[in-house]
Structure formats: C-alpha cells, structure tokens
Write a protein that binds this ligand. Structure first.
Ligand code: IPE
Ligand code: IPE
Ligand code: MG
Length: 233
C-alpha cells in the first residue's frame, strides 16, 4: 500500500474524516438544516487546527459529495454561501500555519466564483510545508477513479497500482491510515474507495457539529491500539 505505516506507528500520518450529521444535529434542535451546516463549519475549523497539533501530516475532509449536488437548491445555495463567507479567512489561517490546501473533486460542477475562490486558496497556500489539507467538494470516489484511470492511461500509457495512485486527486499523499465517520452511519458513501484499501475505520455516533477535539483524541487512542497487519501474520 502507498506509504504503508507499520504496526508500530502510533500517530496516523494521514487522517480522513466524513463530516456527517449536520442536518440531524439541527433537526434535533428544531433548527433548519442550514444552521447545522453553519455549526459544522464552526466545528471544522478548530478541529483541523487540533488535528495538525497532534502530529498528523495529511488531513482529508469530506465536505460535499457528487451525490449531494442533487439536494434541494436551497440547501446547496446555503452551503455555497457558507463557503463564500468562510473561505478567505480559512485560507489566511492555513497560510499562517504553513498548511497547504488542496480541494479535491470536480470543481467544474461548482459555481464559477467558488471555483475561483478555491484556486486562489490553493495558490496562496501552495508553499506550506507543515502539512496538507485536502477538502473534498463535489467529490465522488468512483468518478475520481475513472478520471484517474483515463489520466494514467494518457500520461503513463499504462494503468498500474502506482500510476493510478499518483493520478488520484490525492496525488502523492500516503493512503489514509485512519478514516473517521461521524453521524452514526457505518458506510463510506463514495469516499476514498481506492485509497482506503487498508485504512483503519472508526465510526462515531456523534453528529459532526458535536464532535469535539476530545472525541478526535479518543479516535487517535483507539487507532494506537490497533494492530495493522496488511495481510501479513
Ligand atoms: C453532512 O451532513 C454534510 C453534507 C453532506 C453537506 P448532512 O447534511 O448529510 O447531515 P445529515 O446526515 O442529514 O444529518
Ligand atoms: C456523505 O454524507 C457525504 C459527506 C459527509 C460530505 P451523506 O449524508 O451524503 O451520506 P449518505 O447519503 O448518508 O450515504
Ligand atoms: Mg448525511
């Protein structure tokens, strides 16, 4: 596997998070779904900062799937408005911390001004060397695999596990060591299917806006106890 971490490594190099449960968090509080997305955004920012202080080098967040793009227009507009509101400040913060930002997925499916914001955020943070933050927006793993296969074929003339891995949106990042899904569901919902072949999975019952830094530390402690065998004995 790419960047295989042996059984001894206790801090995951790459953590992926499916940030699920914003809508249910809001519903339980008799609030509109949009309030849940805002609370999720307000949780995401300090959580990411916390994760990097734990020594993790790569973080991949699932923010919006390709399939989510067929949600009601009103909900999507609310999500895009949040991006417009928060993106600039987030980029500045990342830049100060030396974190490189990369948005993965199909940005041509997003409104043009959001695609431009993303591009600027990536350029602004490109020289960051302390860590990498991937945010999956309009992302679907099957779609990514198909794109990567075509890319590998065109540039390398051949598809191998290595050329395909490199052609993925996550590029030369190691495969995720730990994948956390909040919000009680225990499925991958079209996220990092290729990259998570040997990833340790962790499911939390907490809705994403209620997933605290200490819940993340609990997941890390759980990861540290696991024995990763990669098929060996
Ligand atoms: C995750 O929360 C965020 C997005 C998919 C945009 P949901 O919106 O899926 O929240 P639930 O699962 O309905 O609670
Ligand atoms: C997965 O959550 C996508 C994100 C969290 C961005 P969904 O809420 O879309 O997943 P399903 O529909 O429950 O599988
Ligand atoms: Mg959901």
């Amino acid at each position: 596997m790419k960047g295989e971490q042996n059984g001894e490594a206790r801090i995951p190099r790459h953590v992926a998070i499916i940030m699920d449960g914003n809508g249910r968090w809001a519903k339980r509080r008799f609030l509109p779904r949009g309030a849940g997305h805002r609370a999720g955004m307000n949780r995401m920012i300090p959580l990411v900062e916390h994760i990097f202080t734990r020594g993790v080098k790569f973080v991949t967040l699932y923010a919006l799937s390709t399939e989510n793009l067929s949600r009601p227009k009103e909900e999507l507009e609310g999500l895009f408005a949040l991006l417009r509101e928060y993106f600039f400040d987030c980029t500045e913060k990342l830049k100060r911390k030396g974190i490189r930002l990369k948005i993965i997925g199909e940005r041509n499916l997003l409104p043009e001004d959001i695609a431009l914001l993303i591009e600027r955020g990536e350029t602004e943070t490109a020289s960051g060397e302390s860590g990498t933050l991937f945010i999956a927006v309009a992302y679907g793993s099957r779609q990514e695999i198909v794109r990567a296969a075509n890319k590998a074929l065109a540039s390398a003339g051949e598809i191998t596990a290595e050329t395909l891995s490199e052609a993925m949106d996550t590029g030369d990042a190691p495969d995720p060591d730990l994948l956390i899904r909040t919000g009680k569901e225990t499925r991958l919902s079209n996220f990092l299917l290729w990259q998570s072949a040997y990833t340790e999975l962790y499911f939390s019952d907490k809705m994403f806006p209620a997933f605290e830094n200490k819940d993340f530390d609990r997941a890390l402690a759980d990861y540290a106890k696991r024995n990763r065998r990669f098929g060996k004995v």
